[in-house]
Design a protein around this ligand. Structure first.
Ligand SMILES: [Zn+2]
Length: 347
């Protein structure tokens, strides 16, 4: 009897802790997002901007798609690729990624989470799926490796893993925490040997790149023949994008300038002479709380930045269940409608 009660109290306290932590994280996300938006809008007004054409097919023909808080997104009339039409200039972007006070707070938060749960992965099963396609086990490169979590996951599978990262603090954390080699700077000027990598990964990176083709061309040159390129990025065709549109966290700040779909990412890879191995999608990214706010509190709605204590438990369970079902059904459930794309190509 007494141990039963004690256990219930412990479980109750854990749930309570979890709710408190989630509420604090969501409050942080809201504040962080609002600050980024303000910074983005200010720089778009006062600083240099870049006008873009389609990175997938090169066509300048475009039509309006949606107006997000910082950028206006257009669709290419020729191939359907959706991208931000006019974006922050290179200097502002470069400064932002190398070191930015606001962005740095988010990285510190991520590191805190990582320290608290060292064994969690952001990409469950991804390494296994990638390794099924990789022939050699010599060298792997993680382009935009952040704080090195994924490099660390790859470490056991290759003789050598190397990261490339613009962010000074992130690169330093990756070296210190995971003991991996991380290079800083432009991919073309790092002295990496052509055709020397069995695998190159880009996790949540391609959506940030103003000049996708320049970077991809250099990365493909670094791949060995039959080397593998693995990409994860936000999915334009997702259920969550259809529901939340310009208010989706995928597009609500200045950091994401490209919105690929499974189709357009394939077209881009084809343009670079790559062959498709597999393209799928994952994660629902749509909670009951977000839906409720979108319907009943539209003014204060921000994707992923709303919290309601009563809706949280059923919302969490539902999201977990759908994501798990999608994982088990091997992407059949969500088809191309998951919030993120996972694409594996071969040279
Ligand atoms: Zn196009």
């Amino acid at each position: 009897m007494i141990p039963g009660i004690a256990r219930s109290i412990v479980i109750g306290m854990n749930i309570f802790d979890r709710l408190g932590e989630t509420r604090a994280n969501i409050a942080f996300a809201r504040e962080y997002t609002l600050e980024l938006q303000e910074q983005g809008r200010r720089l778009m007004k006062t600083g240099k901007t870049i006008s873009r054409i389609c990175e997938v097919c090169g066509s300048p023909q475009q039509e309006d798609r949606f107006m997000a808080p910082v950028y206006d997104f257009v669709a290419c009339r020729n191939c359907g690729f959706v991208y931000a039409k006019s974006i922050l200039g290179e200097e502002a972007m470069d400064k932002f990624y190398r070191h930015d006070e606001v962005a740095q707070r988010s990285w510190s938060k991520q590191l805190e989470r990582l320290e608290a749960n060292p064994n969690t992965t952001q990409y469950p099963g991804l390494v296994t799926r990638i390794m099924k396609n990789v022939r050699g086990r010599e060298r792997a490169l993680d382009f935009g490796c952040g704080q090195g979590e994924f490099l660390y996951e790859l470490k056991g599978h290759f003789r050598k893993v190397i990261g490339v990262e613009l962010g000074k603090e992130q690169a330093e954390t990756a070296r210190r925490k995971f003991g991996v080699e991380v290079l800083e700077g432009d991919i073309g000027s790092l002295g990496l040997q052509k055709e020397s990598f069995d695998l190159i990964c880009m996790n949540q990176v391609i959506e940030h790149l103003p000049r996708v083709n320049d970077v991809l061309k250099k990365l493909v040159q670094l791949l060995k023949p039959e080397g593998v390129l693995a990409i994860t990025c936000p999915n334009l065709d997702s259920w969550s994008m259809r529901i939340f549109r310009e208010k989706h966290s995928h597009v609500n700040t200045q950091v994401h300038v490209n919105m690929f779909s499974p189709k357009t990412i394939e077209k881009l890879a084809l343009r670079h002479g790559l062959k498709k191995r597999q393209v799928g999608t994952y994660m629902l990214d749509t909670t009951l709380i977000d839906l409720a706010y979108l319907i009943f509190a539209k003014k204060s709605f921000m994707h992923r930045c709303n919290f309601n204590i009563l809706l949280y438990p059923p919302s969490w369970l539902l999201e977990k269940a759908v994501n798990k079902a999608n994982e088990i059904s091997n992407n059949v459930l969500m088809g191309s409608s998951g919030s993120y794309i996972e694409a594996i190509f071969m040279k």
